[in-house]
Design a protein around this ligand. Structure first.
Ligand SMILES: NC(=O)c1ccc[n+]([C@@H]2O[C@H](COP(=O)([O-])OP(=O)(O)OC[C@H]3O[C@@H](n4cnc5c(N)ncnc54)[C@H](OP(=O)(O)O)[C@@H]3O)[C@@H](O)[C@H]2O)c1
Length: 300
């Protein structure tokens, strides 16, 4: 069995990778942040030397967008410098290195889903730090690094330990609103962005397609892995309300003219296209199928 050192075992993606490993013939050695902080280079080296993994999978990130703007050094430390260090140690130990990146490396001006070969052009510190991490991984360990870009991850009963996820957060917002009969005018309405176009992705589909990719003999490099199809956050929220039988009013809000409330630039069209994985026969379900499967899981 191949050995995998997994970073971020409590995250939406990391916890799913840990569950799926054995099906792909992999033995996982999973770590949370307290057990292995990727900014602690000595400890990273010590663990890689001790476990001698065939593969290192890094799902850790500094990814609250507003915090990245406020603390660019912290964003760079986790998303860039630590990734460069991981890639270097993996190269030295002949381990494959898998790390994740984001739709936010693009500026969204293409107006259709970005493929792996489109030129990145990040608009904010998060995207910049993730792009720096991509370059580092690929330049330091060109023969063994996989950079997987994805978008709008949701998974697990609680979502991301740090920020939940869109599905759980909007259901909570809806739950906290007064019932239509008791609400004063407009109070029960939930506004959701309709100008941002995305490819929301279920952590289970991302985990399994990742493992299929890296155990299937694919060449290292950049891959996009998202659920198929595109939607606005508003359309995604509408589908959530349908699946969850929520009767609160949902209103589309177009912020393209006025900018975002937190004044951070975001790509308007940041959906991705899985060109390279699909050419290898790796097919992810549509975003509607992914969401429906997540709801079945939440009901368990
Ligand atoms: N979430 C999205 O919508 C989205 C979209 C595009 C790309 N991505 C990328 O996809 C990857 C996985 O995202 P996710 O949603 O699964 O993240 P997540 O649920 O927030 O999990 C990330 C995990 O990383 C761990 N972590 C954070 N900083 C760390 C550090 N310095 N050292 C070691 N571990 C650390 C955290 O551990 P503790 O819980 O122990 O603190 C957390 O459990 C990330 O690279 C992210 O940038 C995410």
């Amino acid at each position: 069995m191949k050995k995998v050192l997994l970073i971020g075992k409590n995250g939406q993606l990391g916890s799913q990778l840990a569950k799926d490993a054995s099906v792909f013939g992999l033995e996982m050695f999973p770590f949370d942040k307290e057990e292995l902080n990727i900014t602690d280079f000595a400890k990273v080296k010590e663990n890689i030397e001790k476990i001698k993994p065939d593969i290192v999978i890094n799902t850790a990130a500094y990814q609250v967008i507003s915090l990245c703007e406020q603390n660019p050094l912290a964003a760079m430390a986790v998303n860039f410098i630590a990734v460069a260090n991981l890639a270097r140690i993996c190269k030295e130990h002949h381990s494959m290195f898998v790390t994740y990146s984001s739709d936010y490396v693009f500026d969204g001006t293409k107006g259709s889903p970005n493929g792996e070969d489109d030129a990145p052009s990040p608009l904010q510190m998060y995207g910049l730090s993730k792009l720096a991490g991509e370059y580092a991984a690929l330049q330091v360990h060109p023969d063994g690094a996989f950079v997987i870009r994805t978008c709008g991850i949701y998974g697990g009963k609680k979502g991301s330990p740090e920020k939940g996820n869109f599905v759980l957060n909007i259901m909570k917002e809806a739950q906290d609103k007064p019932a239509p009969a008791k609400a004063s005018a407009g109070e029960e309405v939930i506004e959701v962005s309709c100008e941002q176009i995305v490819s929301p992705t279920y952590a289970v589909d991302l985990s399994r397609s990742t493992l299929q990719l890296i155990t299937g003999g694919a060449n290292p490099g950049i891959y996009h892995l998202v659920n198929e199809g595109v939607c606005s956050w508003y359309e995604f929220a509408k589908e959530i309300f349908t699946l969850a039988n929520i009767d609160k009013e949902l209103k589309p809000k177009d912020r393209s003219g006025q900018g975002f409330a937190d004044s951070i630039n975001r790509p308007i069209f940041s959906a991705l296209k899985n060109t390279k994985a699909k050419a290898l026969g790796i097919q992810l379900p549509s975003w509607k199928e992914g969401l429906s499967t997540y709801f079945n899981f939440l009901k368990e």
